[in-house]
Design a binder for this molecule. Structure first.
Ligand code: XLS
Ligand code: NI
Ligand code: NI
Length: 437
């Protein structure tokens, strides 16, 4: 079999002193941290759309990333060849998982039936490649936003036929995800939102989205797919108002429409910052409600206002992410999907390796640093101590619900004033994090 990346061998761990740009300096898959291998903590996935379909197009410029293996056509043959490219890349990188949209892997035909046949042909090849390499599917999803039929949304389209088409497409996408042993299934809202309220019935759109999710749940159950469903929050782009704005909006929807325990969240850094949150905030908010399922690992550019989907290299960011993930005991069956693309000026196939190696090493450092901070214990002890007034006395009564306003008034009238506050010590704690980075 011919190689598509002949200049690259299997990427190995060489340790922090290595200067080899095609080696890991921090990601050592088998190394055990807090009783679990780095590979199992991180569960890295390569995303098919950016890595194997990204062509460098931007709103002002044409494709810059002409891949030597790509014949430029949208044919099934070209798509089959791309599977070989993808699995050679992922094997050499040592990524245990991948993720895809239905339309990333296989071309649309002239009818839904033809499109489904195309997808089946590619899925058969994906399955062979998975079996040959041991690489697994972290999650599948459906692209309900590129085709012009989805201009007004998919499940929230005012056109019932578009809702039906989206249902048929998601049915098939869940089937192929199941066929490939996918461990999760993602719903990113795509165009589920609106541009203008003058032409929008928000109530009906949200009700339709909920009906769609219940149908998806029922169908998955009927075919025995027990992968985790995940919503991926994003506040804007492509629509001005996305219904899945952030973790809070998604979880409100989940509760309002009876989807508790059915849908968790896939949190993406760039989406968090577009919503005006830090990634750590979004993760913590989801995690404390038992809803942090998986992450899309990338980063935005804070000087730009859109979803730049860059590879994460910031060790502070990765440390914060891993602090939350380790606190909840990991992400299984979720993982760390690199929803990130090389810049359109990074035109060589080898840049795909540099990008992923950098992201994996940054997360490995985040994992090590978070583990060291946890071992030290100062941070968790500090937080514990900061709330200790709730561990006994009046605080304990507040937490266990045995007092109300009247008792609290009597308590304070008797006492006269609250006990003095203590310092938040933010600067000391920031210094502590820096000590470990
Ligand atoms: C787009 C989203 C998308 C999802 C999968 O902004 O991040 O790529 O991850 O549909
Ligand atoms: Ni994104
Ligand atoms: Ni994403």
């Amino acid at each position: 079999m011919s190689e598509f990346f002949p200049e690259v061998g299997r990427i190995g761990y060489e340790g922090p002193q290595s200067t080899n740009p095609l080696a890991f300096r921090h990601y050592n898959p088998e190394e055990v941290i807090e009783g679990r291998s780095m590979q199992d903590w991180l569960r890295f996935a390569v995303c098919y759309w950016h890595t194997f379909r990204g062509d460098g197009t931007d709103p002002f410029g044409a494709a810059t990333l002409q891949r030597p293996w790509d014949d430029g056509s949208n044919s099934v043959d070209n798509a089959l060849k791309r599977v070989d490219v993808a699995f050679e890349f992922m094997s050499k990188l040592g990524a245990p998982f991948y993720c895809f949209h239905d339309r990333d892997v296989a071309p649309e035909g002239s009818s839904l039936a033809e499109t489904n046949r195309n997808l089946d042909a590619i899925v058969a090849r994906l399955k062979e490649a998975q079996n040959a390499t041991g690489i697994r599917l972290l999650w599948g999803t459906a692209n309900l936003f590129t085709n012009p039929r989805f201009m007004h949304g998919a499940a929230t389209s005012p056109n019932a036929d578009v809702f039906a088409f989206a249902a048929a497409q998601v049915k098939k996408a869940i089937e192929v995800t199941h066929e490939l042993g996918g461990e999760n299934y993602v719903f990113w809202g795509g165009r589920e939102g609106y541009m203008n309220l003058y032409n929008t019935n928000m109530k009906r759109e949200l009700d339709h989205l909920a009906a769609f999710m219940h149908m998806a749940k029922d169908y998955a159950k009927s075919i025995g797919f027990d992968g985790q469903f995940l919503f991926e929050p994003k506040p804007k782009e492509p629509t001005k108002h996305q219904y899945d704005f952030d973790a809070a909006a998604c979880l409100n929807f989940v509760r309002q429409y009876g989807l508790e325990g059915i849908v968790k969240l896939n949190i993406e850094t760039n989406h968090a910052t577009l919503a005006g949150h830090s990634m750590m905030h979004e993760l913590e908010y989801a995690s404390i409600q038992g809803a942090l399922g998986s992450i899309d690992a990338n980063t935005g550019d804070l000087l730009l206002g859109w979803d730049t989907d860059q590879f994460p290299t910031d060790i502070y960011l990765c440390t914060q992410i891993m602090l939350v993930i380790m606190k909840q005991g990991g992400l299984q069956p979720g993982g760390t999907n690199f929803d990130a693309k090389v810049r359109r000026e990074s035109i060589d196939p080898i840049d795909l390796f540099h990008a992923h190696i950098g992201g994996m090493d940054a997360f490995a450092r985040g994992l090590r640093t978070a583990a060291a901070i946890r071992k030290d214990g100062i941070l968790s002890d500090f937080v514990q101590q900061r709330y200790s007034s709730y561990d006994s006395g009046i605080g304990e009564k507040i937490e266990n619900g045995s007092v109300g306003f009247a008792e609290l008034e009597a308590y304070m009238l008797e006492k006269g004033d609250a006990d003095a506050n203590s310092s938040g010590r933010q600067e000391m704690l920031e210094n502590l994090i820096n000590r470990y980075i």
